[in-house]
Design a binder for this molecule. Structure first.
Ligand SMILES: Cc1cc2nc3c(=O)[nH]c(=O)nc-3n(C[C@H](O)[C@H](O)[C@H](O)COP(=O)(O)O)c2cc1C
Length: 361
């Protein structure tokens, strides 16, 4: 069923593109909070996927950063997402970097952002999340929570542990974000030593605080700018640490030469179409390095069912997107889920799970 936002997006699109990017985003969030929505989803059973004992109605999710404060989770399920990742949330509220800090390249369908984790902080995030969890009827998609540390924090484990302890009981999975390029020093947590220490601390925290019944799976989100050597050592560290999965990838610091100068010279992380192949290559490599033993959620420049399917065949069990929503609107989600079901069948599979990693062997 099409809802109002899907119907009116084509008419609103030129207006949104005339606005400064973050102002357009804020207006979108405000509209999504009040617009009536459909909660019906009719996913093809071939797209259902079970991971970490949780049932996802389809493998297409909203990537982190769109709903930083867990304000519009229900609205996003209304567009047909199988899961929504809210955040990045930090313990204390913070303003992030000075504006402007989001830039669009319409021709290349790309985005550069240097947000720096602006968010309302843990307490308000939790209130918003509880409001969603009380929604009736409750949409059947699942909710991931993406966590990060405050800019002022020097002890990373302290912030991440607090977030796991406080939000873990509400999450279907949690993402440890150590790959945003806009918090100084954050990506250093991808160094194998720091990575091992952080993960063992967080797994211990989860055991202590979330109980034994349904502790949330802990996933780690990595950057696409890792060298071959770094990928290899992180793949081993991830397997050894017994974390539950990987999100590949965050935005890139790379700037392909074909991007126009005024856009490519902006500082921050690049996403959208220019990231598509780079993130797929990383997914394939990690799938091989981990022998397919660690579930991967693939993200980076997905703007069609074909893009999503390519990432699944490269080794992703599920996928996420954000930037393509800016350029294609919310109707894209159902186009992708519908297209995926058709691609699975065209390949002679009865279920999407059979396609995972088929191009990584
Ligand atoms: C404006 C913007 C803000 C983002 N904020 C976050 C964030 O807070 N946390 C995070 O883990 N990723 C964040 N991302 C990265 C996305 O979640 C995703 O990994 C990346 O953009 C690649 O997917 P895409 O090409 O479909 O956008 C952000 C991306 C954009 C465009």
């Amino acid at each position: 069923m099409t809802n109002l936002a899907e119907k009116f997006y084509p008419a609103l699109r030129p207006l949104l593109f005339r606005m400064e990017a973050e102002a357009a985003h804020r207006l979108t969030i405000r509209a999504l909070k009040v617009l009536p929505r459909s909660s019906e989803t009719h996913d093809d059973p071939a797209l259902r996927i079970t991971l970490w004992d949780r049932n996802f109605p389809n493998p297409v999710g909203l990537a982190a950063g769109f709903d930083k404060n867990a304000e519009v989770i229900a609205a996003m399920f209304g567009f047909g997402f199988g899961f929504v990742e809210a955040g990045t949330v930090t313990p204390k509220p913070q303003k992030g970097n000075p504006r402007p800090r989001i830039f669009r390249d319409l021709e290349q369908e790309a985005v550069i952002n240097r947000m720096g984790f602006p968010n309302v902080g843990l307490n308000t995030f939790k209130t918003n999340l509880e409001k969603f969890l009380g929604t009736r009827p409750r949409p059947n998609g699942l909710v991931g929570i993406n966590i990060g540390m405050n800019k002022s924090q020097t002890d990373a484990l302290k912030d991440y542990a607090l977030l796991v302890r406080t939000l873990g009981p509400f999450a279907d999975y949690m993402t440890i974000n150590i790959s945003s390029p806009n918090t100084p020093g954050l990506r250093n947590l991808q160094d194998p030593g720091a990575f091992r220490d952080l993960m063992s601390g967080l797994l211990l925290e989860r055991e202590k605080s979330c109980g034994k019944t349904m502790p949330p799976p802990l996933l780690v989100k990595l950057a696409p700018d890792l060298t071959e050597d770094q990928q290899e050592s992180l793949a081993h560290a991830a397997l050894d640490s017994k974390i539950d999965g990987l999100i590949l990838t965050n935005t890139t610091l790379e700037r392909p030469a074909y991007l126009q100068e005024s856009f490519r010279s902006q500082k921050g992380g690049l996403s959208g179409r220019p990231l598509t192949d780079k993130s797929t290559a990383i997914i394939r490599n990690f799938y091989r390095l981990t022998g397919g033993k660690l579930p991967i959620i693939g993200a980076g420049g997905i703007s069609s069912a074909e893009d999503a399917y390519t990432k699944i065949r490269a080794g992703a069990s599920m996928v996420q997107l954000y930037s393509a929503l800016v350029y294609n609107g919310p109707g894209l989600v159902r186009q992708i889920t519908g297209g995926l079901a058709a691609l699975v069948k065209a390949d002679g599979f009865s279920h999407i799970g059979e396609a995972i990693g088929k191009d990584a062997q």
